[in-house]
Design a protein. Structure first.
Length: 201
């Protein structure tokens, strides 16, 4: 059974947060859109190209355009996951205004990123705010969606710089990191003023 928590879309972007309690196995597939999946709760298995990942609460998976991937159920069937599906051009102006090459970022970091425990509330706030804007569609909602996406990507880059993020970690590395992870959470930053001055569409 799939329960939709929230969903919304605009040109080139769609989001969907859903919880499942039954077994669900996806066949290998690919699509031109890029994808970000984040897991609020539960466990699941991912294949991205030839790499296997055991995902769980706090796991974020970056899937590049036309990258072969699929997911399948863990013994623990319940999971609550959030998906952003997007065309690259939908966010390029926002990320370019910060000096971020989105295509290069996805190529370098595609795969699984385990968000530190102390940072999960921050990341989840970006995702929830983005989805609410797409669902409610108030004035300037497209701009706010781009702001939240840019904040998320900026956070992930800072996570890399801090040394807390490993590109393409394996399932065994994730388990090892959990045992030794005493990292303090990075503090988020509000990019609203900077981004609004750079682009207001």
């Amino acid at each position: 059974m799939k329960d939709i928590v929230i969903s919304g879309q605009m040109k080139g972007v769609s989001v969907d947060r859903a919880a499942r309690t039954a077994e669900y196995n996806m066949i290998k597939h690919w699509h031109p859109e890029c994808e970000i999946q984040y897991f609020f709760q539960g466990k699941r298995h991912f294949f991205v190209d030839q790499q296997h990942y055991a995902v769980k609460s706090g796991s974020l998976v970056l899937i590049d355009s036309n990258q072969v991937h699929n997911t399948y159920s863990d013994k623990e069937l319940f999971h609550d996951r959030f998906v952003i599906s997007f065309e690259m051009q939908a966010f390029e102006n926002a990320t370019n205004s910060l000096g971020i090459d989105l295509d290069e970022f996805l190529q370098e970091h595609r795969g699984l990123i385990q968000i530190p425990q102390g940072d999960r509330a921050l990341v989840e706030s970006f995702l929830i705010a983005l989805a609410e804007e797409l669902e409610q569609k108030q004035v300037f909602y497209q701009t706010i969606v781009k702001l939240k996406f840019a904040e998320l990507i900026t956070y992930l880059i800072r996570l890399k710089i801090s040394g807390a993020m490993h590109a393409l970690p394996t399932a065994s590395e994730i388990e090892m990191n959990d045992k030794n992870n005493n990292l303090s959470g990075l503090k988020g930053t509000n990019l609203m003023r900077l981004l609004l001055s750079s682009f207001l569409l």
